[in-house]
Write a protein of this length. Structure first.
Length: 419
């Protein structure tokens, strides 16, 4: 099918999906989860072809994002089941009032309609996005990058089988088969067909959508995330948090990219951190990209270099991190205001006043005290899974779950009232 035919089919399905009851949606989601697990062999075979084609073309950490195995497929299915278990956001009464003339005004949540998601090399986004869209009464249109195309197609095929088995139109999930930039641009301009566009990937993809879309678009995901080690930090806690935030999965948007250290503890703390991340880690040692103050403390060492122009604005998505020494909590706040993408930023401190100052002043979607930025995730926040992490302030901010995929309308009931 052409992209235009897919868009037309999805638009026709919009009304039917919006009218599904919570029971019908949950039954369909459980059938989808079962179908994903039944088709694991086909999905793994498709993923093996994607991995073979991508080998040598993308980095090791990006290959890890692309790779599927039996536990990851089971996790995808379990994510769909978790969405089925969540409360239905559609039809919720958000507010209600009755005027003196008896006119009753009710504000209720309703689906957005057709939600398009353009994403890159993470096959699990396919099932996450489709599950959230269906539970919130929306049709989804999926367009993945070329690296994950075979994997995503196999996952979509499995999900459509589940929908059909549950008596729901498979057109609830549209899949763009053409991975060219022209087709992505067509989605960005599909007024009258797409009610919301969500890009999920690197800075280039996100900016292309934000700058070129003529349909409503959510800016998501670029994560220049910071961890600031305060002068009153528990340094054992700080090392543990930084290692997790940087190394547990460096290719994702909630991974830490910048470490800031208060000048009073930097001389003792930075060598300790370097030893833990760059020396003791025999596999995947972390490269320290240090400002002049940090470099003077660390000196000329392997895995340590002077930061260049723009390094504090980079999403490394690998085993690299920028490091700077700052003048206390105010210096950290100032640095973050200049360089953060508004995703997730953290302070490590035992000083409650410093923590309060940081949380009030740092203007990001998620602000942490003594916890890894890796928690910025729909599943970790109790949303089941997520459509993406919004770094803007209108409509949605932070992990986007079911409620963020609804809008609202006013239902007004009268008895011959006139104005």
């Amino acid at each position: 099918m052409t992209t235009q035919q897919i868009l037309e089919e999805c638009r026709r399905a919009k009304s039917a999906i919006a009218k599904l009851t919570a029971t019908q949606k949950n039954r369909a989601l459980l059938a989808v989860a079962d179908s994903i697990e039944r088709d694991a062999g086909e999905i793994l075979a498709a993923n093996a072809l994607d991995m073979q084609a991508a080998d040598g073309q993308i980095s090791e950490v990006m290959l890890d994002r692309l790779a599927l195995n039996c536990p990851r497929i089971s996790s995808m299915a379990e994510g769909v089941r978790q969405v089925a278990a969540l409360p239905d956001p559609v039809g919720e009464v958000l507010s209600e009032s009755v005027r003196s003339d008896g006119l009753k005004i009710t504000k209720i949540s309703v689906p957005l309609g057709v939600v398009a998601i353009i994403y890159e090399s993470r096959p699990n986004v396919t099932s996450d996005a489709a599950a959230l869209a269906l539970k919130s009464g929306n049709v989804c249109v999926l367009r993945t990058g070329s690296e994950a195309h075979r994997s995503a197609q196999a996952i979509v095929n499995a999900m459509r089988k589940g929908l059909a088995a549950a008596g729901v139109t498979p057109s609830a999930i549209g899949f763009i088969e053409d991975v060219s930039r022209e087709r992505a641009a067509q989605l960005m301009r599909a007024k009258g067909y797409i009610d919301l566009l969500i890009p999920r990937g690197g800075a280039g993809l996100i900016q292309a959508c934000v700058q070129n879309a003529t349909v409503p678009c959510i800016e998501t995901g670029t994560g220049v995330c910071h961890v600031y080690v305060d002068g009153a930090a528990d340094t054992d806690k700080a090392v543990k948090i930084i290692e997790n935030a940087k190394c547990s999965r460096p290719s994702v948007c909630n991974a830490m990219e910048v470490c800031l250290v208060d000048k009073t503890v930097a001389p003792a703390f930075l060598p300790r951190l370097y030893s833990r991340l760059a020396v003791e880690r025999k596999e995947n040692p972390v490269e320290f990209i240090a400002d002049s103050r940090a470099y003077r403390i660390l000196g000329e060492k392997p895995h340590c270099q002077i930061a260049g122009s723009g390094d504090f604005d980079r999403e490394f998505l690998g085993y690299k991190m920028a490091v700077a020494v700052v003048d206390g909590v105010d210096g950290a706040i100032e640095h973050i205001a200049l360089h953060s993408t508004g995703h997730s930023d953290c302070i490590v401190t035992e000083d409650s006043a410093a923590a309060e100052r940081f949380t009030l002043a740092v203007d990001s979607a998620a602000v942490y005290v003594n916890a890894s930025t890796r928690f910025t995730d729909g599943g970790e926040f109790g949303l089941g899974c997520e459509m993406g992490i919004s770094t803007q302030k209108l409509h949605a901010r932070g992990p986007m779950g079911l409620k963020e995929l609804t809008t609202y309308k006013y239902v007004v009931r009268g008895n011959g009232n006139i104005r």
